[in-house]
Ligand binder design. Sequence first.
Ligand code: ATP
Ligand code: MG
Length: 575
Amino acid sequence: MRLSKMHLKTLREVPNEAEIPSHILLLRTGMIRKLVSGVYGFMPLGWRAIRKIEDIIRQEMDRSGGQEIHMSAVQPAELWEESGRWSVYGPELWRLKDRHGREFCLGPTHEEIFTDIVRNDISSYRQLPMNLYQIQTKYRDEARPRFGLMRSREFIMKDAYSFDLDQEGLDKSYEEMYDAYDRIFTRCGLTFRPVEADSGAIGGSNSHEFTALSEVGESEIAYCEACDMAATVERAACVDAEASQAEELPMEEVHTPGTKTIEEVAGFLGLSQDQTMKALLFVTYDDEGKENGYVAAFVRGDRELNMTKLVNALDIPEHSIEFADEEQMGAATGCVGGFTGPIGLHDCKIVVDSELPGMKNLCAGACKVDHHLKNVNYGRDYKGDIVTDIKVLKEGDTCPVCGAPVKHARGIEVGQVFKLGIKYSQSMGAVYKDENQKDQLIVMGCYGIGVTRTLAAVVEQHHDDNGIIWPMAIAPYHAIITVMKPDDETQAQVAERIYDELGRAGVEVLLDDRKERPGVKFKDADLLGIPVRITVGRGAADGLVEYKMRRDADKEELSIEDSVARAIEVVNKEK
Ligand code: ATP
Ligand code: MG
């Protein structure tokens, strides 16, 4: 491709709305184009990189026995009503009506659609196992679309669904997908970690997220260097503090004026924070968005509440709970902002973290302005409706597997694998006949990769101050030939020759034949991040050109033949 003919518009300035390197660089290189918040289009170079990622995914999915299909983004509400998700999915689901008032959504994911295909087409055990996948556009009306392709409202996803005879079959399908994901992200040039992920109220080791390590990532993971424990912080189990053997002292009300926070009350009473407990207050909503109850959650004063664990304990969707207006909640339940404790609460669900029953003589709010209670003990003084682990595993806390101190890292969730089991086949009636002609539920798994988010993650991990540094495997082009003076006949001829030879050898090559100053061309070549650069300048008359890899600082003077041979070699090795 000749740059003089290509649709390319690079920007010198950093666009206002972009905060992180991948967003800035994808906009500055003109590879993506924003339409409205969270909705992007792809220009020639960006689209080529996307197609490279898609090709890697296709190859590895096909290699694992996946069969590609392509379903519509438009999905009828009826299927979502069958699975029960129409009412629980919440405002992220992009709903629409046709001219007859029939309801649809733009698919955020395709479990219902794929389950429907299989329940119609599969009848016998002989037809299973099966794995169907697609690479397709998804819609999620995210509350906070941001960081460009990282969290958008329209994005490309590869979603795969496995259908097995039984749990054992699912375990095998899951492992195959896990291995395929490992190969896919490795080939994309990502540094990543598979981590155990939250699988909702089902629990168990049913899901993994593939996390590309990055400071700008929105996922926080906890991992252990002493063993191989790695999990999202939402998911990571905590070790409860050892139960105290202390004697239970008589409960005592104390005047603690103005001490609304744990630091304040602990300071005022001369206690350490782990001798206190703190309350977090919530209101919950039903499917129609009407308030339907209050929740008070209690954790030790120095701990943090883990929202995902709380939502799982309550077995409600994430979007149906919010922090409560304390005044409003106070009138209904007796809580008092800053002074809420478990004693004196009524008409609300009390969720107690699993380590509190083992703690003795804690300090808690008295549900009375400016007052706390000392020596509060579980069982004797208060009880929880639910007692379970609802705390965050912090950096330095004890590893739940081996006991060493855990570490935290940030990352970008680029993929997730999930054992669904019979969740959808049961609600939607997807069965097969076994050898005895008896109906059995199909056992399912689902597996997603954010294709567009993967592109952003690659740029996040592969760039410098001057621009992108594409890994060869997903670079939009492998090589760029920069002609210093396109009007110079020798330079033009040499450049054309190299362009031809590389092209014939299967190297995808750009020829920068634009009538621009060399400085502009070099800046653009660095910004675009094409892995191999061959510069044709004055030396062309003596059969010499300059050869440089984008990732290396140094350049070399080589003969025309050597530069071509070198480029072919490195491209074939790394593409
Ligand atoms: P997140 O927790 O980041 O919202 P998710 O867990 O809801 O993502 P999945 O339902 O597991 O996402 O979707 C599969 C993959 O699709 C994710 O691993 C991610 O790579 C990608 N993805 C999800 N939401 C978005 C989005 N808003 N923009 C871009 N990619 C996304
Ligand atoms: Mg996910």
